[in-house]
Design a protein around this ligand. Structure first.
Ligand code: SAH
Ligand code: SF4
Ligand code: F3S
Length: 445
């Protein structure tokens, strides 16, 4: 009997994409993937270290999984991803994980997983947390085990060398490296042939994608890669995440504007509206430069949705700095935002050099003000869409009622409308009639 493997994923899209690479490596070695943890012989938890509560969630989950180990003493429990990289052998100690973990594998060690499992079987210490300067898993065709058959992620690069002072990613993911153009384009092509209609190109900072073409030695930048992927077929929608404001070029915006199938949605994390805080964060742009980038987006792609990430209560943030964040949010009118309280991460520059000096209750109050404002902005953005007609790519049934289907428009907003025999992957023109701050509702036109 083939051994069954269950993968549970936390963290960013990149981690979900990595889990599909892990599934591919394992199924190649004749392991069978399962969606039920209690039927598995091997459980991999692919983890995130971005904030303390992300790690706490995983540690609690590892404790919970002890129950399964009691039922099946041969169960192998492996920790993958960013926590594996950050905490290393510490995770093998029972006190840390609250349960026994058998294996620890960092983000660049997934090709070694079959060997690590053999090491577990023979009672050896199974740890590989070596970061690589080259690994991109370019030749591995991810197994889309949890997808909807319509949209898929494609990792185009790994690592990050921006060293924003608060961020753990450069330490858990290592050096920045770009994957070959040909492997990306052929993966996108293959997905389209298999019925996928939307792909998201992933990297921590896609704007710094650079790859020397194997054929002619020409260096390909992100805007050129995006054009090549968009050229695969007009019916294939293309998205990407994430852009760093410091190097988002007008050339890129022009490519987005020119191509109907490149989605008009730009995620541009600002983090703070105060230039003083941005400097402490080592973001390498000011409030003014950020606002100039927004102006370019609004000029070149007027219909674009603009979304962001914001951190409340970073080291040294004053009430005045916080007010600047609120005013920037209003100036831009973000369509959506991910909002977080600053969480100090061990080993980062901020942890070593700056004081985490905003009291917890002040952080909470500021975060709440940011969330309240964003809810208003999101509602306004959605209300402005009432009466407009959008092309929606159907993803599946609406969660609330099976008489409705849901999908996204180019701006990445969720649209719900009555089912009329639609299938996932269909493009449908929908007129918006109503909304909440989270969803658009409409009728087919
Ligand atoms: N590479 C992306 C973001 C990766 S992490 C970028 O640079 O935009 C996703 C988001 O988590 C970040 O944009 C930031 O808002 C948040 N984040 C990262 N480290 C954090 C920390 N220590 N505390 C709170 N939020 C953090
Ligand atoms: Fe972290 Fe900054 Fe890199 Fe994004 S760009 S992953 S926030 S260091
Ligand atoms: Fe988390 Fe690692 Fe992604 S820290 S956000 S899983 S790169």
């Amino acid at each position: 009997m083939e051994k069954k493997i269950y993968i549970e994923t936390y963290g960013c899209q990149m981690n979900f994409s990595d889990s599909e690479i892990v599934a591919s490596i394992m199924t190649d070695k004749n392991y069978e993937s399962t969606t039920e943890a209690d039927k598995a012989d091997i459980i991999f938890i692919n983890t995130c270290s971005i904030r303390e509560n992300a790690e706490q969630k995983v540690l609690n989950r590892l404790k919970q999984l002890q129950v399964l180990r009691k039922k099946n003493p041969n169960l192998v429990l492996g920790v993958l991803g960013c926590m594996a990289e950050r905490m290393k052998t510490e995770l093998l100690e029972e006190t840390t994980a609250g349960s026994k973990v058998d294996m620890v594998a960092g983000p660049d060690a997934y090709r070694d997983l079959p060997q690590l499992l053999l090491d577990v079987e023979t009672g050896q210490k199974a740890v590989n947390v070596i970061l690589s300067a080259e690994e991109t898993y370019a030749d591995i065709s991810p197994v889309r085990y949890a997808g909807n058959g319509v949209s898929a992620f494609i990792s185009i690069m790994r690592g990050c060398e921006n060293f924003c002072t608060y961020c753990v990613v450069p330490y858990t993911r290592g050096k920045e490296r770009s994957r070959s153009v040909s492997s990306i384009v052929s993966e996108a092509h293959d997905l389209f042939e298999r019925g996928y209609r939307e792909i998201t190109l992933l990297g921590q900072n896609v704007n710094s994608y650079r790859y020397k073409d194997e054929m002619n030695g020409k260096v390909i930048g992100f805007h050129e890669l995006l054009q090549m992927v968009a050229d695969i077929d007009p019916l294939l929608r293309v998205r990407f995440a994430t852009s760093h404001p410091k190097d988002m070029s007008d050339e890129l915006l022009e490519v987005i504007a020119r191509n109907q199938n490149i989605c008009k949605a730009i995620h541009l994390p600002v983090q703070s509206g105060s230039s003083a805080v941005l400097k402490k964060m080592n973001r390498k742009y000011t409030r003014e430069v950020y606002l100039q980038r927004i102006q370019s987006i609004k000029t070149l792609i007027p219909e674009a949705a603009i979304t962001t990430d914001i951190i409340a209560g970073f080291c040294g943030e004053t009430e005045q700095d916080h007010q600047e964040t609120l005013s920037l949010m209003k100036d831009v009118g973000f369509d959506f935002a991910f909002m977080f309280k600053y969480s100090e991460r061990p080993g980062t520059i901020a942890e070593k050099k700056l004081k985490d000096d905003v009291p917890e209750d002040v952080k909470s109050k500021r975060l709440q003000e940011i969330i309240d404002l964003q809810n208003k902005l999101s509602l306004k953005s959605n209300r402005d869409d009432v009466g407009k007609v959008f092309e929606v790519l159907v993803e599946g049934r609406s969660r609330k009622s099976d008489k409705y289907v849901s999908g996204r428009n180019s701006q990445n907003k969720m649209v719900v409308f009555p089912d009329d025999g639609f299938k996932p992957g269909d493009y449908v023109k929908v007129k918006i009639t109503d909304c909440t701050s989270a969803t658009l509702k409409g009728v087919v036109v």
